[in-house]
Design a protein around this ligand. Structure first.
Ligand SMILES: [Fe+2]
Ligand SMILES: [Fe+2]
Length: 515
């Protein structure tokens, strides 16, 4: 008691002397409870649960009837506390001012022991707010209010304990109680600081991940929002499967956000390629075919003039008739070639007949009267137009597919926390197929993590129903699910996971969320 500055019913402790000093619990029982509390506080990472735990344990240790824990927002000068009922956890804020008991303790960083809040000396800077008592009929009497002081000597919160339960009546808290709560407060401050720090890191990391995914998606305007939707499908699917822990679901979410990270290393021309030839490439081709047609026409005209000069008596009518027929033929052939090329320029399937016709166009080299050869198609145009499926040449396809391996190369350098250590591997395997036909490593069933199989289904489904790909019409969910089922039947996708995706209605989530 010699350390206490007795002010009647209120006791203030000198912070420098006592606030950070370790306290030896008086009884073995208390010591055991203290150790148990220390262990549980250090293990809890959820701030709200931690605050509940601290309040509950503090109440129990000193037989308090009620307890509250406030966090201090020094920037906005607020005391923050949480109100719980069975369903929700609401954050409440009150002003941090020295005229309230908690505010005083929070600002001064000093504990208060009050035997009866209704008998406070009016000269004290703080007052008891009896509005709660008035409203509820509760009678607040004794109070123990202790600051939570961080290792940086900053008051980060306040524990307020109300009405110490005696045998038949409410009694005052003791200085022993105060020492115990101060000791708990030191532990609590460390745990809260760690939790806040953990939360901050998590928030920063989550922002980094989501903005990275947005940046990836924005490189390809046709797939806007793809990574976000894939993350949504995958997370819901993992939850619906019911076999993953909270941390594993978070790992799946991050891996989904980042699954196409490797696309930042894919050339824009490949990433954004819509058709086999671009508009300007196609215009150049049309222009050349038109020039060849003109050249054939002028050559035919010159041939007639030459013939006429050598045979001045030959009938002109016949010669011009032949010339007209030739010109019509050249024009009709050119029109047909252009229409055909425009048609096969769209991504799709090139049949053998069409491939043969394309080959004939390429082979149809015109040699003019000077001996100069005019090719209908350049090698580049031919290589692009002859693609049988889709619109990417083999080299472009392999560049596009390299994004999966690049995803791993990028993500493996990110120091994920222990619970997220598999993000790179999960993300990089989203294009592997159970039958070994996927990429980049052509893995088979046992080597493909379940998490990657989840992302594979979400990824394909979103690509099929996505509204925003100009070179491909969006499919209805029914058609997309049919294609996924066919892929699963062929042994490429995981049937059991797909069943949950369909039966639990996971595929509807993006539509419901309107993203
Ligand atoms: Fe991908
Ligand atoms: Fe994707």
């Amino acid at each position: 008691m010699s350390e206490l500055n007795n002010t009647g019913t209120t006791l203030e402790l000198k912070r420098s002397e006592t606030a950070l000093r370790p306290v030896q619990p008086a009884q073995d029982d208390t010591a055991m409870r203290f150790i148990r509390i220390a262990v549980s506080l250090s293990a809890e990472k959820d701030l709200k649960k931690l605050m509940d735990l601290i309040t509950h344990d503090a109440q129990e240790l000193v037989d308090a009837d009620r307890g509250s824990l406030y966090l201090i927002d020094h920037v906005n000068k607020k005391l923050i506390f949480y109100v719980t009922d069975n369903e929700s956890f609401a954050e409440m804020k009150i002003d941090l001012t020295p005229d309230s008991i908690s505010g005083y303790v929070g600002l001064k960083g000093l504990p208060l022991l009050i035997d009866d809040v209704y008998c406070l000396d009016p000269a004290l800077p703080y007052k008891f707010n009896n509005s709660f008592d008035k409203k509820t009929g509760f009678r607040t009497k004794s109070m123990l209010v202790v600051p939570l002081i961080s290792h940086m000597n900053e008051t980060i919160g306040v524990i307020q304990l109300i009405n110490k339960k005696g045998i038949d009546e409410i009694i005052g808290f003791t200085d022993e109680d105060m020492k115990i709560i101060q000791a708990i407060g030191s532990l609590a401050a460390v745990s809260i600081e760690n939790t806040l720090l953990y939360k901050e890191i998590e928030t920063i990391f989550e922002s980094f991940v989501s903005y990275s995914a947005t940046a990836i998606d924005e490189r390809d305007p046709c797939t806007g929002g793809h990574s976000r939707r894939v993350a949504m499908y995958s997370t819901e699917l993992a939850k619906a499967m019911g076999t993953f822990t909270h941390d594993q679901i978070k790992e799946i979410k991050y891996a989904s956000w980042l699954h196409d990270m490797g696309k930042i290393g894919v050339k824009e021309a490949v990433l954004n390629k819509e058709n086999k030839l671009t508009v300007s490439e196609l215009d150049a081709l049309k222009c050349r075919l038109g020039n060849i047609c003109e050249k054939k026409t002028s050559d035919a005209y010159e041939e007639i003039l030459e013939f006429q000069s050598k045979n001045p008596t030959a009938p002109l009518d016949e010669a011009f008739k032949t010339l007209r027929e030739k010109i019509e033929k050249f024009r009709a052939e050119t029109k047909d070639m252009i229409e055909f090329i425009v048609q096969i320029n769209f991504p799709g399937f090139l049949s053998d007949d069409k491939a043969k016709k394309l080959e004939e166009i390429r082979a149809g080299v015109y040699t003019d009267r000077t001996g100069k050869a005019w090719n209908n198609l350049t090698d580049f145009e031919y290589e692009n137009l002859k693609v049988v499926r889709g619109n990417l040449r083999a080299s472009e396809l392999s560049e596009m597919q390299s994004h999966a391996a690049k995803t791993y190369e990028i993500l493996k350098h990110i120091p994920f926390t222990r619970e997220l250590k598999n993000v790179a591997e999960i993300a990089a395997k989203h294009h592997e197929k159970l039958d070994g036909t996927g990429y980049p490593a052509r893995l088979t069933m046992t080597d493909i993590p379940v998490q990657s199989r989840i992302i594979a289904i979400s990824d394909i489904y979103d690509a099929l129903v996505s509204q925003d790909r100009p070179y491909k019409k969006a499919m209805t969910p029914e058609v997309a699910l049919k294609i996924l089922t066919e892929e699963a039947d062929k042994g490429k996708l995981d049937k059991d996971i797909l069943k949950i995706f369909v039966e639990k209605g996971v595929y509807k989530i993006a539509e419901t969320a309107k993203i």
